[in-house]
Write a protein that binds this ligand. Structure first.
Ligand code: HPA
Length: 242
């Protein structure tokens, strides 16, 4: 099995992973955010990319999503698992919780969001954007991990990089969105266009704007993701042995 991992923060490897090589790819869409690090875990090949770049230099609206996903296509991965931090809109979602989203709303703009071109159009089916079989596996992994998690929810992708206003979050709550992040679109749709099975693991890093009494800081986001390092390591190891 060849497995693609997109990491939001660092790629956290446990013992059992054997580092093989760093693969530098570039394609007609430009350069991916980082090299693809190849590991072996048992018989599986794992390829990981740092979505924001090795130095976290790419803000969400400047990530080359097309190149990143095309690289996985060239590496011929069987599926992709994408990690990322989110703000909780639904009051049931607390900082430190995990979520396997089952649907998505795209509120981004100005991003290169398709491989379609003149004479080469993809009207992909996007009713259920995430791959059901990989979602199922992730839910089982989270059950085993013992962490508080939610097996479904709607992810809203905003353009960022600014965070939301209290009125925006209030409106998003009324529209039925559960979490907000800035990176899963167009990533999710690009994977579907290339026929790659894709699912996501969201880490709730904060209450979305206006829900918490205290202003949101980047430190808070990083802090919660860091606190969950051990769980993320566990998930990656379980994914690698799928
Ligand atoms: N809003 C948007 N994106 C995010 C947030 C948030 O509150 N937290 C982590 N990513």
């Amino acid at each position: 099995m060849k497995i693609g991992i997109i990491s939001g923060t660092g790629f956290l490897v446990e013992e059992g992973f054997k580092f093989v090589e760093e693969i530098n790819l570039s394609n007609k869409y430009g350069s991916p955010s980082s090299s693809y690090k190849k590991y072996l875990f048992g018989d599986n090949e794992i390829y990981s990319i740092a979505r924001h770049g090795e130095k976290h230099q790419f803000p969400p609206h400047l990530i080359n999503y097309r190149s990143n996903i095309y690289g996985f296509y060239e590496l011929n991965v069987d599926f992709i698992v994408a990690f990322g931090a989110v703000g909780g809109i639904n009051s049931l979602l607390l900082p430190g919780d995990f979520l396997i989203p089952d649907n998505i709303v795209d509120w981004t703009y100005g991003r290169e969001s398709t491989y379609s071109d003149i004479g080469d159009t993809y009207h992909i089916d996007f009713t259920y954007p995430f791959c059901p079989s990989i979602r199922e596996e992730l839910i089982n992994i989270l059950k085993k991990s013992g962490v508080r998690f939610h097996p479904k929810g709607v992810y809203l992708c905003t353009n960022g990089p600014r965070l939301e206003s209290a009125a925006e979050i209030n409106a998003f709550l009324k529209l039925g969105f559960d979490v907000v992040g800035m990176t899963l679109m167009p990533e999710t749709a690009l994977a579907r266009e290339l026929g790659i099975c894709y699912a996501a693991v969201n880490i709730v890093s904060n209450f979305a704007a206006g829900i918490s009494k205290t202003p949101l800081t980047t430190d808070e986001v990083v802090e919660h993701v860091k606190n969950n390092d051990a769980v993320i390591r566990f998930i990656i190891k379980e994914v690698a042995s799928m």
